[in-house]
Ligand binder design. Structure first.
Ligand SMILES: *Cc1c(COP(=O)(O)O)cnc(C)c1O
Length: 441
């Protein structure tokens, strides 16, 4: 009998076309489903808690654009703000009052961001923060922690978690040895290792950069006092502390993780420079760095540290950011917190009942699930999980029209638009997906 060949789906056909013109068919690696297998879902549109594929099928979305969609997709007020801005011109290459308004909204929430500069991506924000720290201190070395992701600039790609972890890569080709040698990579949550690095080369270290809460190797909360220890050690040695809140900023609370952990009034610790992205642009390409005036004023045109951007502070992106921050009130954060707690509990129960080793880790509403028995404290722990079980779980959910991040090393994201209906679909899908994970062990 002749073999019956299954017709390619529309998604498969499109992926073949995409691969023939875009490397891997995607504009950012983790979207390619490399570690979970199968064909990525090509999204045609999104609304509230749902994304719709090119065939019109809807999925409850737990990716939320990897964080930005705090209010849910295509919030009508945000869309209206962007449309109104678009009608007035797409880009001017000149200052606007909207930039002043957005910077003011940021500083109202995070007063330690005394001055704010806009860029277009989180990568640019951290890259600029590093240059600024080097310019401010006249030193060359930086410290980052293994498994933490700060975007894809050369200096920050060592042991960088996220897409690299998903692809099983230690770093990136194309980064020179000289650049790599200027980045010291330390294990996360390890104060003695930090102190030892400063004891050895403290007078050469410009800055320590850390994610406020590491969430790009899965969610690994800082041990109590760890962020404070970074502040103490950097201050003792005249180095700067760069707090990367691209993921956490305006997502885990009105003032990001700094607000949650340190507190805005009389904070326990205050970094010199913050970086923001994702939520602050409301789904548009916008990011920012902010910090102590004395440091920020070293940026051109006031100071000698150069930084620029044709599309920086773009009026459409700025409009989306303003609308998003204005709408992100205490009710929004309380809703996301509550949904996150419900989902964490339900995932834990489903995997537990199916006998799948797992740990659910969270910091505020940010959480992820590791497919292993033991708590994850650092990158080595995160890598020691059963990614095959995750892949089976992922596809078990996707088959039931729930879209998880396609990697075992990413946080899951909820939004203010995740209503009862969306939650029931997720909760009903969990036991079946957990069985699939159990079968794949
Ligand atoms: C996403 C992310 C970045 C990079 O932001 P892009 O806009 O993707 O360049 C940097 N730092 C952290 C913590 C992130 O989560």
């Amino acid at each position: 009998m002749a073999e019956v060949k299954k017709a390619a789906t529309n998604q498969e056909t499109l992926m073949a076309r995409a691969k023939a013109i875009i490397p891997g068919g995607v504009s950012s690696p983790v979207r390619a489903f490399g570690s979970v297998g199968g064909t990525p879902v090509f999204v045609a549109r999104a609304q509230g808690p749902r994304v719709f594929d090119i065939d019109g099928a809807d999925y409850v979305d737990l990716v939320c654009s990897w964080g930005p969609a705090l209010l849910g997709h295509a919030h009508p007020d945000v869309v209206a703000a962007v449309q109104a801005a678009a009608a007035k011109g797409l880009s001017f290459g000149a200052p606007t009052s909207a930039e002043v308004d957005l910077a003011t909204l940021i500083r109202d929430r995070v007063p330690a961001a005394e001055r704010v500069r806009f860029v277009s991506t989180g990568t640019e924000a951290t890259m600029t923060a590093i240059r600024l720290a080097r310019g401010a201190t006249g030193r060359d070395l930086i410290i980052k922690f293994a498994g933490l992701y700060h975007g894809h600039s050369d200096a920050l790609l060592a042991a960088a978690g996220s897409g690299l972890a998903t692809a099983g890569l230690p770093g990136s080709a194309g980064v020179t040895a000289a650049t790599a040698a200027e980045t010291i990579v330390l294990p996360y949550n390890d104060v003695p290792a930090l102190e030892a690095a400063f004891a050895r080369q403290g007078e050469r270290i410009a800055a320590v950069i850390t994610e406020a809460v590491p969430a790009n190797m899965g969610v690994v909360p800082p041990a109590p006092g760890f962020n404070e220890a970074i502040r103490r050690v950097t201050s003792e040695h005249g180095a700067l502390m760069i707090f990367d809140e691209v993921m956490t900023g305006f997502r885990v609370g009105p003032a990001g993780w700094w607000g949650v952990e340190a507190g805005v009034e009389n904070p326990l610790y205050t970094p010199d420079i913050f970086t923001f992205g994702k939520v602050v642009g409301g789904g548009m390409p916008l990011a920012a760095l902010g910090g102590r005036a004395e440091v920020m004023q070293l940026l051109a045109p006031v100071g000698p540290v150069y930084q620029a951007g044709t599309l920086s502070g773009n009026p459409l992106a700025t409009a989306a950011g303003i609308a998003t921050l204005q709408l992100a009130d205490d009710k929004v954060y309380a809703h996301v917190d509550r949904r996150s707690a419900e989902l964490r509990q339900a995932v834990g129960e489903a995997l537990g009942e199916a006998g799948v080793p797992h740990v659910v880790q969270s910091a505020g509403s940010l959480f992820s699930v590791f497919f292993r028995d033991e708590p994850v404290l650092n990158y080595d722990d995160a890598k020691a999980q059963n990614t095959a079980a995750f892949a089976a779980f992922f596809h078990g959910m996707l088959d039931q029209r729930v879209a998880l991040p396609p990697s075992a090393f990413e946080a899951w994201f909820l939004s203010a638009a995740h209503d009862d209906e969306a939650m029931s679909r997720i909760l009903e899908a969990l036991p079946v997906a957990a069985q699939a994970a159990a079968a794949a062990q």
